[in-house]
Each structure stands twice: as C-alpha cells, then as structure tokens.
Design a protein around this ligand. Sequence first.
Ligand SMILES: *Cc1c(COP(=O)(O)O)cnc(C)c1O
Length: 426
Amino acid sequence: MIIFENTREFAKNLDSQDPLAKYKEEFNFPKVDGEKAIYFTGNSLGLQPKSAKTYIDEVMNDWADLAVEGHFFADKPWWDYHERFSEPLGKVVGALPSEVTVMNTLTVNLHMMMVSFYQPTEKRFKIICEEKAFPSDQYLLQTQVNFHGFNPAEAIVEVKRREGEYNLRNEDIIAKINEVGDELALVLIGGINYYTGQVLDMKAITEAGHKVGAFVGWDLAHAAGNIKLELHNWGVDFAAWCSYKYMNAGPGSVSGIFVHEKHHSNKELPRFGGWYGHNKERRFLMEPNYEPNAGALGWQSSCTGVLAMAPYLASVKMFEEVGMDALFEKRDKITAYLEFIIEEIAKEVGGNFELITPKNLNERGSQLSVLLHGEGKELFHYLMKEGVIVDWREPAVIRLAPVPLYSSYEEMYEFGQILKRGIQTK
Ligand SMILES: *Cc1c(COP(=O)(O)O)cnc(C)c1O
C-alpha cells in the first residue's frame, strides 16, 4: 500500500514508474484552447488510438484497389474480417474464442440475444432487471415483452435500491430472483451500473438465476475493457457490449457478443438468421436451408461494416499487447489516486464530496461518481473551460473515468488543482 501525496512531484514520479505510460502517445487527445484536455469520459466515448487510421486506411486502399475482390484478396479479407476478433476479444471478456464475435450495435445485439434467450411461456415470462436501467435497455425489455404479447408492467421486475442507498445490493437481486422463482425467464442487468460505476457480483447472480431455471445475460457496455470478466467460467448464457466506450473503437463502432459454449449446438434455440450466420464454408453457395455456424458465429445475420470493424481491431490489438492484468493493476492504482486527490481537495476547500461509487475494489472499475454537495452546474462549465472533459449529471454528480491506457497520474493531480480553483472562485 503506497502512501499518496497531493503534489505534482509525487504524481510525476508515479508516471515515471508506470509501465503503461508510453501508451498515452498512442492516442489522439482533444484540445481545449490549444492544450491537450484532461479526458475523463472514456466511459462514454474512448479516445482515438492513432493506429485506428492505419487500419481504416488499409480497408480504404483495398477497396480502391481491389473493389469486390477485396472480399477474398484484401490484406485482411473482408468475408471473415470479424473472425479476427474472436481470440483477442475472448481474452478481454474471459471467453473461449468460439464464444465471441462482433456484429451490429449493442441494443440490436441484445434484441438478437433475446430472440434466443427470452422465450416466455404463460407460466415463466418474467424478466429481472435493475431499477433505472440505462434507457435503451428499458426500451429493449418493454418492446420485447410487448412483442411476445405480455404486459411489461407484469413481466418486468425491477430490483430497487434501498431507501437512502446509491447502490444495489447483490443480496437483494438474488432474493428477488428466488422470490420470482419459476416465473422467471430471464435476468438481464448491466454488469456495471452506468451512473454509479458499481460492479455487480455477476458470478453469484448468474448462479442464482440458473438455480431457478432462468437464463442470465449481461449488458457489458461499461464493463468490457474495464473490469475482469470470466463469462465462460461464470456460466453466463449470453452477453453483449459496445466497443466505443472503454474499448476505444470510435462512435457507433460494432458491438461484441458472447454466447456460452453450452448453447452452441442447441438447435432448439430460435435465432434470426442471415447469410453471415450460415455455415461459413457454404455461405456463397446460396443454398435454400439455413444451417447456423458453430459457436457465436452462428448468431451472425448480416455482413458487418468492415470500416466500422477496422478501428475496433486496432484497439483490440492494443489490449492484447498490453494484457488485461497490467491494465487492471494501473486502473486500481490511478483510480485510488484520483479518489485520494478528491478527498484532499474536499479537506482543503471544506467541501462535502460524497463518493457514490463503492469503495471496495471488487465493486468498481475505472469510474468514480462523485456527488459534490453544494455545487452547481457552473462548476461543470468551469472544469470544461479549464480543459477537463467530464460528465455532469444533475443534481451535482461528476462521473470521472481515468483510463489506464491513456490517463496519467499528473493529470489526476492537475484535475485536483482545477477543481479547487473552480470551487474557490465560485
Ligand atoms: C452505452 C450503453 C448502451 C448503448 O447502446 P447502443 O445500442 O450502443 O446505442 C446501452 N446500454 C448501456 C447499459 C449502455 O451503457
């Protein structure tokens, strides 16, 4: 355990010992008044890896030079471009290569997963989710339930936070699973809450769901590339995530999916097929009968935008090179340093700052959500004007996500100084 200090010198020293420090140079930073910004919103849109352009240019050049022949003769042929993700992305989410692929975008993929894993019957039709889930997930669940002819008010069971608490309790989710019991068809929750940054006990919740005979899926929008996942070992049925948050693949880039091996040869599971999900050896034979690929590839439907996959591939290669353990080690240290800085500034300015993200390292990733009692939105405008890109939620919550690949300790220190001035000059 290191004793932190709130000085530039101390922060610089941490940077000089940081084995990931060199990766900062691999990213393009936005500028505010001509100066590199301090970027805290990698949980919303990750920064652009410089290599993204190289990967996109490669596709552009192959398209220019080869046109349709690029499907088979491009440097990285397009017909199976998506298969390059299985191995490296499997390491990011703790899955076998055959359990992972990329396609579509996140909400669409959750719909595709629900086609297979939400098969309500008169008796078993309920879905457990979290209270105040990300809106897209709420709409997803409502419309799926409607599509099957059930009533969302009856079918969707939200687990609520206890009075006066910011975070969900795992035990409350598990109790609700047991309570709904054999009426429960599906558990579908965000592995990390987007607002508080809380990480749920995915292993225990998955086990509890299975015990009552339900399927369990996870929305990993804020988890992929941020926290340790062991989807295979936990026995999770399915998961999906977007690639533009911690995975730095660019706005609207393609989503990843996970389907557990145990479901791969289950022909009973309904699927919405298409030619890219069809037996890949026979894809171009244009046969009449649908025969899905083995593994997650069997949940593909359409061809996927190669230009959208290219920056994701650039990013995934970087994750593979760095290794997840090194990433997590820096994540915990830099997040703890930021937490320390915020506490120090609170003391200096006599502020009442409340961390609504759990303090326990097993229950959080990069993101810290801080409620600044007594501060107003003018503080947010001040931070933005001073080159700190943060996310502000009413009443006065700032979400800060230091990203181990591109954030420095000195930036945490610098942020503290700007925060202090912002509060003092009010
Ligand atoms: C970011 C996010 C989404 C975004 O969905 P898209 O389909 O990629 O637009 C969905 N769910 C959660 C929990 C998110 O955090």
